[in-house]
Design a protein around this ligand. Structure first.
Ligand code: HEM
Ligand SMILES: *[C@@H]1O[C@H](CO)[C@@H](O)[C@H](O)[C@H]1NC(C)=O
Ligand SMILES: *[C@@H]1O[C@H](CO)[C@@H](O)[C@H](O)[C@H]1NC(C)=O
Ligand SMILES: *[C@@H]1O[C@H](CO)[C@@H](O)[C@H](O)[C@H]1NC(C)=O
Ligand SMILES: *[C@@H]1O[C@H](CO)[C@@H](O)[C@H](O)[C@H]1NC(C)=O
Ligand SMILES: *[C@@H]1O[C@H](CO)[C@@H](O)[C@H](O)[C@H]1NC(C)=O
Ligand SMILES: *[C@@H]1O[C@H](CO)[C@@H](O)[C@H](O)[C@H]1NC(C)=O
Ligand SMILES: *[C@@H]1O[C@H](CO)[C@@H](O)[C@H](O)[C@H]1NC(C)=O
Ligand SMILES: *[C@@H]1O[C@H](CO)[C@@H](O)[C@H](O)[C@H]1NC(C)=O
Ligand SMILES: *[C@@H]1O[C@H](CO)[C@@H](O)[C@H](O)[C@H]1NC(C)=O
Length: 544
């Protein structure tokens, strides 16, 4: 990740921003951003839907995951030092949960939710940030532009999260170091303290008498709509009906919201109270800056715009009767009225490919792809999936494809060509689900592959598998990558391909909470050219 960030810094100074081209290292995050609920979603939005949902799916009364994720992101970012460039959104919070400035179990609960979603290409800092963007949108808040590329810290950073008992001057200085002036500080605090509240079990010097059987942690909310991202934190302040424990709490020393909100003679809070749309747009801007505050040696990628047409889990493999099968899905996203009105069952969608020599043929086209029952929704627009299941002639093979599609059968077809060059797709090294299996703790796993044998010598074929591993001091996982040889294993089901296998021990998440294989890549040099089959999914079939 680090070396990529340096490359991107160099590249961006010479070339203008490029359109997103598939495949990309950000494909997993882009899917997680675009696919909110249903087929293909990884469950982030489900963790904050409804907005009031507690960690563990509602089993922790008085707690609100959306608020905890936002607070976690702020506390992670709050140790940024704009003078040294150190700190920022880098998941260092995982190593800092014992500090007095990070009171409560919310940080570890949040990291424990997101660590299962980490992969080789998805850092904790990126997935936490994405979680905040999705949570705020789903709670009725702004659409915050999302950029990928955050790199996880490997140790704790300096301290510096503001605490409620500190004086106003200290808060102003802390926010200045984070990169926010005194006016922006007022905004950012109000933009945070509109969700959730203060828990008596964690802040007994600020909340008293709130613990009951229904409210075991004694939460008192910041405003009357603690599960709606709205301006009530400001309207209630201005109309003197606030119950915010950091504003009207019994202990004036910890009433930091009172000192902060009044620090510009109420100008910011008056504007927020008078204009709900201004509150939403200002919070969108301030939170975007907060989430993009990263150590100065990290360069973020471009803002995600969901791809209109994108392959999803598309794979090429030999089936049990020896047919070369292309299977998976095509995702179509749009924000237009036509997209919203479309009936996926009536949408013509076809995949048209080029063979391995770059030739076209009337035969290289699928019948209309079926919508099947892959229902999915996006917080950002309309989303449909179409199933691909087609067979290729192995001697002709495939090198790329385009998708022809429309929102209804009357409209002219549009060709999605991935920015001009088509969607590249190689047929040289293929993962074979059949023959691959997942070993138990301290036992071997096996990955089967086939490699084309009519293209010259095959040299140094290997498998590189990456798993999430626990690390001391933080619930964020670190990624560990191992390389192992793909060993020639004789004929395959096709005379044009040879079989290869890799056998390796990787103790993973099915049987031990500590580690889990998340992906593996297959690589070979064939006839002098390197071919890769990247990001194959986790193995699910147990080895008998
Ligand atoms: C001077 C600055 C700040 C101080 C002193 C402060 C203090 C606090 C305190 C004491 C709590 C109660 C935590 C608990 O009981 O679980 C809290 C909650 C929260 N804070 Fe802040 N905060 C500040 C700024 C911010 C900012 C800038 C954000 C985000 C933009 C933010 C987001 C939140 C959220 C969402 C909660 C609710 C957490 C929950 O309900 O679990 N805070 N804050
Ligand atoms: C903070 O910056 C904004 C512009 O970014 C400016 O309008 C505002 O006056 C500044 N506030 C202070 C206290 O400097
Ligand atoms: C108010 O909070 C301060 C700082 O946390 C603490 O020292 C003080 O004892 C508290 N006062 C009361 C009345 O609880
Ligand atoms: C104060 O503002 C809140 C939130 O907008 C509103 O529900 C409440 O009715 C207002 N109270 C008064 C006294 O105006
Ligand atoms: C700011 O608003 C608060 C709450 O309505 C009020 O108590 C206070 O007097 C106001 N301060 C100024 C300087 O207007
Ligand atoms: C395998 O592929 C062939 C086409 O070559 C197809 O006719 C057959 O139905 C497929 N078998 C399975 C089990 O999908
Ligand atoms: C298309 O497929 C048919 C049946 O497999 C075959 O007879 C025909 O020659 C193919 N046409 C082209 C242009 O490859
Ligand atoms: C895993 O397989 C390798 C090579 O086939 C073998 O040498 C090794 O003993 C196996 N390890 C276990 C734990 O079964
Ligand atoms: C959070 O988890 C880490 C890693 O397991 C642990 O070291 C730390 O003590 C935990 N923090 C709290 C507050 O429980
Ligand atoms: C694996 O995690 C468990 C807690 O989930 C811990 O008790 C154990 O020590 C860990 N083992 C290793 C090898 O890290």
């Amino acid at each position: 990740m680090r070396s990529w960030a340096k490359f991107s810094l160099l590249a961006s100074s010479f070339w203008p921003a490029q359109a997103y081209i598939w495949p990309s290292q950000w494909d997993g995050l882009e899917d997680a951003y675009t696919i909110s609920f249903g087929f293909g979603a990884i469950g982030i939005a489900d963790g904050v839907n409804p907005c009031s949902l507690s960690p563990g799916g509602g089993i922790a009364p008085g707690r609100e995951s959306a608020a905890e994720w936002l607070r976690t992101a702020y506390h992670d970012m709050a140790t940024h030092n704009s003078e040294t460039g150190l700190g920022g959104l880098d998941a260092s919070i995982g190593f800092e949960t014992f500090r007095p400035e990070n009171i409560g179990t919310a940080f570890n609960t949040t990291l424990g939710f997101f660590n299962e979603l980490q992969t080789k290409q998805i850092s904790m800092a990126d997935i936490l940030t994405l979680g905040v963007v999705l949570a705020i949108k789903n709670c009725g808040g702004p659409s915050i532009p999302y950029r990928p590329g955050r790199i996880d810290a490997t140790e704790a950073g300096p301290a510096g999260v503001p605490q409620p008992q500190e004086p106003l001057e200290t808060h102003i200085a802390e926010f200045a170091l984070q990169g926010f002036n005194a006016t922006e500080m007022i905004g950012l605090v109000a933009c945070g303290h509109t969700l959730g509240g203060v828990h008596q079990i964690d802040f007994p010097l600020s909340v008293e008498g709130a613990i009951t059987t229904d409210n075991p942690e004694g939460v008192v909310h910041f405003d009357d709509t603690f599960d709606v991202y709205d301006n009530h934190i400001a309207t209630q302040y201005i109309n003197d009906s606030s119950v915010d424990p950091l504003l009207v709490g019994f202990n004036t020393t910890t009433n930091s919201d009172a000192r902060i909100f009044a620090s510009d003679s109420n100008q910011t809070m008056l504007q927020f109270a008078q204009d709900p749309d201004f509150f939403i747009s200002r919070c969108g801007d301030l939170l975007e800056r907060m989430l993009n505050t990263v150590p100065s040696d990290v360069t973020l990628g471009d803002v995600f715009e969901p791809l209109t047409v994108k392959p999803f889990q598309l794979s090429l493999f030999f089936n049990s009767t020896g047919g070369l099968q292309l299977s998976g899905n095509i995702r179509i996203f749009g924000t237009s009225a036509a997209a919203a009105a479309a009936n996926p069952a009536d949408m013509p969608v076809q995949l048209i490919w080029m063979d391995r020599h770059g030739n076209t043929s009337p035969n290289y086209t699928t019948t209309a792809l079926s919508f099947s029952f892959l229902e999915a929704t996006s917080l950002w627009g309309s989303l449909q999936f179409f199933s691909v299941s087609t067979y290729l002639d192995p001697s002709a093979g495939i090198s790329s494809f385009v998708v022809n599609w429309a929102y209804d059968s009357e409209s002219a077809l549009t060709t999605a060509d991935n920015g001009g060059g088509g969607f590249p797709f190689q047929d040289v090294i293929l993962f074979q689900q059949a023959g691959s299996c997942h070993g138990f703790v301290n036992q071997n796993s096996t990955v089967s592959a086939v490699i084309r044998n009519d293209m010259g010598a095959v040299s140094s074929p290997y498998l590189e598998y990456t798993y999430s591993s626990s690390q001391p001091g933080s619930l964020a996982f670190k990624q560990i990558t191992f390389r192992t040889e793909l060993v020639y294993a004789g004929n395959s089901v096709s005379p044009l391909y040879d079989a290869y296998t890799a056998v390796f021990v990787a103790n993973d998440g099915f049987l031990s909470a500590n580690e889990s294989i998340v992906s593996f890549d297959l690589v070979a040099v064939v006839g002098g050219t390197t071919y890769e089959s990247l990001n194959n999914p986790q193995l699910f079939t147990p080895c008998s």
